[in-house]
Design a protein around this ligand. Structure first.
Ligand SMILES: Cc1cc2nc3c(=O)[nH]c(=O)nc-3n(C[C@H](O)[C@H](O)[C@H](O)COP(=O)(O)O)c2cc1C
Length: 217
């Protein structure tokens, strides 16, 4: 076995930081999510808004990548991206997606399943785009996200072109860039516990009511 495999095969993390009990659980999963997100912010979790977004294409093949959650509420989750990217094409084929957060500092994981119900309102996408630093705006215009590039210089060329194009003017949001809204229909809150006997509580939407169940770890 090589050194790296030896190292990872011997990692043993015991989770001891907390527990998740039905008594302290919020009545609805969006309130529970808000509580855990606010705990994570307070605990200064690194990259607290980063989550894994999984999509599935029309051939049933999954793919996933990290995105930033930018807003949530009422079981709606917003993220922003390029509407011509691979993820966008997969969402157009199949709107069912998953989001997963892992906050090691709190030994917590949250799994969310839902449907991309629509693109974010143009005002919201505009507001978020306009709040980005100038270089990020140029970046959004310059990256044909998920496309093959000849080399790094090709990307640099697009950046230079856009810098020139938008010199001395407000940079508008490109039409090919904006938000998506995921409506969640399923949540699982996971709290690491000792000896792999973790707490797992799920909320699933049944006839417009949230059914709450505990799962074996
Ligand atoms: C911490 C982190 C945050 C990211 N946030 C975003 C994001 O909010 N939007 C986005 O389009 N890509 C984001 N990315 C890049 C994506 O992971 C991915 O490389 C990109 O969106 C292209 O994915 P696709 O080809 O599957 O569409 C982020 C990556 C990391 C590591």
């Amino acid at each position: 076995m090589n050194q790296v495999n030896q190292h990872i095969s011997q990692l043993r993390e015991d989770f001891m930081k907390g527990e998740l009990s039905e008594i302290h659980l919020k009545k609805t999963p969006d309130l529970q999510f808000e509580q855990w997100m606010s705990d994570a912010i307070e605990a200064k979790v690194n990259e607290v808004a980063a989550c894994n977004l999984a999509t599935v294409n029309s051939n049933h093949k999954p793919s996933s990548r990290i995105v930033y959650l930018r807003e949530f509420g009422n079981n709606e989750f917003y993220f922003y991206t390029n509407y011509d990217s691979r993820k966008a094409a997969e969402i157009a084929d199949n709107p069912f997606v998953c989001l997963t957060f892992f906050w090691p500092e709190l030994e917590r994981q949250i799994r969310i399943e839902g449907i991309v119900v629509k693109k974010a309102e143009t005002e919201k996408s505009d507001a978020y785009f306009n709040a980005r630093p100038q270089d990020s705006k140029i970046g959004a215009w310059s990256s044909p996200q998920s496309r093959v590039l000849k080399n790094r210089e090709e990307l640099q060329g697009f950046i230079e072109q856009n810098k020139k194009k938008f010199e001395d003017q407000e940079i508008p949001r490109p039409e090919f860039w904006g938000g998506y809204i995921i409506k969640a229909t399923y949540y699982e809150f996971w709290q690491g516990r000792k000896n792999r006997l973790h707490d797992r509580i799920r909320f699933s939407l049944e006839n417009e009511n949230w059914k709450i169940e505990r799962l074996a770890p």
